[in-house]
Design a protein. Structure first.
Length: 255
């Protein structure tokens, strides 16, 4: 009977993370299909009226929960890539060793030469350096570690945008000119101001509204599309897993 796949645990955690990503896709689609926003008209401090699009429904906590679980699963997958290797070469317990992610190339080199992974075979160290899991190197893997350490509060936020439809015109019932603002989503108020008019003005306009979900205030990925970043993270984890598996086979670490 052949040896069991030493990377089974890493693969299972990656597969589970990918399942969570699919669940996030569905949850996001369901949320925005309910049209959880409304056109709002409010006076501002200058005495004019602002026309806005505002998110009026609570953002589903399940999307944040699934994101946290996805990131934890991806990080665990990387850790479980290292576990069978360190146990095979006898430098420690697999459950006590983590995949090295540093804040600089020098920091990574220190971990591999003087830290807990100094006893790894030279070929394994070379592959770890090649992955560049540090700030300024492979930013996606580095960001994965940053996101995992981020508090769940406002980790994930909805974002919206508005675009004036091509050939559309904006007009008002009064001679007073309108102020049309560049689309800018206010993540604190969950709204976007479209234009400003007089208190009695009745502007006509044709905007196209688009919504998505993004990471909140997280270094490197803040404001970026949630699903796109998570899928990129999963791809990078898959690359590391596959490459390390091939490397271990090539150097005879595992039959």
């Amino acid at each position: 009977m052949g040896m069991a796949d030493p990377f089974t645990s890493a693969k299972r955690r990656l597969a589970r993370a990918n399942e969570h990503i699919e669940s996030i896709k569905k949850a996001v689609a369901v949320f925005f299909d309910t049209k959880p926003y409304a056109e709002v008209r409010e006076p501002n401090a200058r005495g004019f009226h602002e026309l806005k699009i505002r998110l009026i429904a609570p953002f589903p906590a399940v999307i944040t929960d699934l994101t946290v679980e996805t990131v934890e699963g991806l990080r665990a997958s990387l850790d479980h890539v290292m576990a069978p290797i360190v146990e095979r070469v006898g430098i420690g317990r697999g459950d006590k060793i983590h995949f090295p992610i540093a804040d600089s190339a020098g920091g990574l080199k220190h971990i591999l030469e003087a830290g807990s992974l100094k006893g790894l075979p030279a070929d394994i160290k070379a592959r770890l350096m090649m992955y560049k899991p540090y700030k300024g190197g492979n930013e996606i893997i580095w960001a994965l570690n940053r996101v995992r350490r981020q508090a769940a509060h406002r980790l994930v936020v909805p974002i919206g945008s508005a675009a004036l439809m091509q050939s559309a015109e904006i007009s008002t019932s009064e001679p007073m000119p309108l102020t049309v603002y560049p689309p800018r989503w206010d993540s604190e108020k969950n709204e976007i101001i479209l234009l400003e008019t007089s208190p009695t003005g009745k502007p006509k306009y044709d905007f196209k509204f688009m919504f998505a979900v993004a990471f909140g205030d997280v270094e490197e990925v803040g404001g970026r599309d949630l699903l796109a970043v998570l899928m990129d993270m999963a791809k990078e984890v898959r690359k590391v897993l596959d490459d390390m598996e091939r490397t271990c086979t090539a150097i005879g670490l595992f039959p």
